[in-house]
Every structure is written in C-alpha cells, then in structure tokens.
Design a protein around this ligand. Structure first.
Ligand SMILES: CC(C)(COP(=O)(O)OP(=O)(O)OC[C@H]1O[C@@H](n2cnc3c(N)ncnc32)[C@H](O)[C@@H]1OP(=O)(O)O)[C@@H](O)C(=O)NCCC(=O)NCCS
Length: 162
C-alpha cells in the first residue's frame, strides 16, 4: 500500500467517496456533487501550506485510489479520519493506513493528542481505533459536513511511543 498527498486529479475519487450514500452512511449521508471541487481545492491548499495531511491510499495491486486518511488541526485539537471505497474494504487497508499515519505523526512530533470520532454504530472504525492504540474517551455529538450524529470519542497520544 502507498500513501500519497491528495492531487488535483483526485476529483473523481473525492466524488466517489463523498457523494455515495454507502460511503457516507456513517458520516451523515452523501454530500451534494457541486460542493466537491471546492472541497478538493481547499484540501490542496491546506496540504501545500502543510497544516494538514490528506493522504490517498493506493493499494499495491491497483493504480486506483482506494480511500483516504486525513490528519488536521481544528479548534485546538488534532483529529484523524479515514474512508475506504466499498470494493477495497475488508483487506486491512484502513488499519494499515491509519497505523502508517500515526507513525508519521509520532516522527513529526507536532500533533500531540490525536482524536477520532467514529459514529457509535461504525463497527469497523471503532475496531480500527482499538487496534491502533486509541483509548476510549466517552461519547460525543459530532458535526461533519453540516450534519450532527452520535459518535464515540477516541484519543491516542502521538508524543508517546507506540
Ligand atoms: C471504516 C472503513 C474505513 C474500514 O475500511 P477497511 O479498509 O475495510 O478496514 P480494515 O479492513 O482495515 O478493517 C478495520 C477493522 O475493522 C474490522 N471490520 C472491517 N469491517 C467490519 C465490519 N463490517 N464490521 C465489524 N468489523 C469490521 C476489521 O476486522 C478490522 O479490525 P481489526 O483492526 O481488529 O483487525 C470503511 O468501512 C469506510 O470507509 N466506511 C465509511 C467511512 C467511515 O465511516 N469513516 C470513518 C470516519 S472516522
């Protein structure tokens, strides 16, 4: 598996990931197609400024993007999130990508406590948090893309050894 920064050519992958009702079941539902080019442009700018990591997951046996892992700071906290397209799920790609990004964050040293807020019903994402070394920190109402839903709160300290 390769992790690379988001590129302008990732528009189609963004549309697949953000406008597909299956992809967005646990993230508050699909987003309108017309919002996606602006979202991609903002993400490209954020990555070129170095203030967030938006990594695309490319499996070894495919040239296609399988998903993303994003690490960014907002409201004084560091937050990580992830997505994998349905046809690439169940192969360990998300787990591996999250472990790699946490390793990069530990080496980088600036991210401190990293928070994740998977939906309470998102079994795979909660399993990823557990196996990647996050600790449970309660339950929250989280807003993503303008929608609010019930999430578990998980935290890992990237300034401590794995
Ligand atoms: C969550 C998601 C990224 C998982 O991707 P994936 O590549 O299939 O995940 P993996 O194959 O690495 O599996 C991760 C873990 O979940 C478990 N898992 C996978 N599918 C599962 C399912 N349907 N039910 C329960 N557990 C599941 C795996 O056994 C693995 O557990 P382990 O770490 O203890 O071995 C993917 O389902 C997705 O994109 N969902 C929609 C977007 C989303 O909800 N993102 C979360 C935002 S925080």
């Amino acid at each position: 598996m390769l992790l690379r920064d988001v590129e302008p050519a990732d528009l189609a992958a963004y549309v697949r990931m953000r406008c597909d009702p299956v992809m967005m079941t646990e993230l508050g539902g699909p987003q309108p197609r017309e919002r996606i080019p602006g979202q991609l442009q903002r993400d490209l700018e954020t990555v070129s400024e170095g203030s967030a990591w938006i990594k695309m997951i490319v499996p070894d046996d495919s040239m296609q993007v399988a998903g993303t892992v994003t690490l960014y700071s907002h409201d004084g906290i560091s937050e990580i999130g992830w997505m994998v397209l349905p046809e690439f799920r169940g192969r360990g790609l998300a787990s591996e990508a999250v472990r790699v990004v946490l390793g990069l964050a530990r080496a980088d040293g600036r991210w401190g406590l990293i928070h994740a807020f998977p939906s309470r019903t998102n079994a795979a994402s909660n399993a990823i948090c557990r196996s990647a070394g996050f600790s449970p920190a309660g339950e929250e109402e989280t807003t993503f893309a303008g929608r609010t839903f019930q999430t578990n709160h998980w935290v890992v300290d990237s300034s401590a050894p794995a």
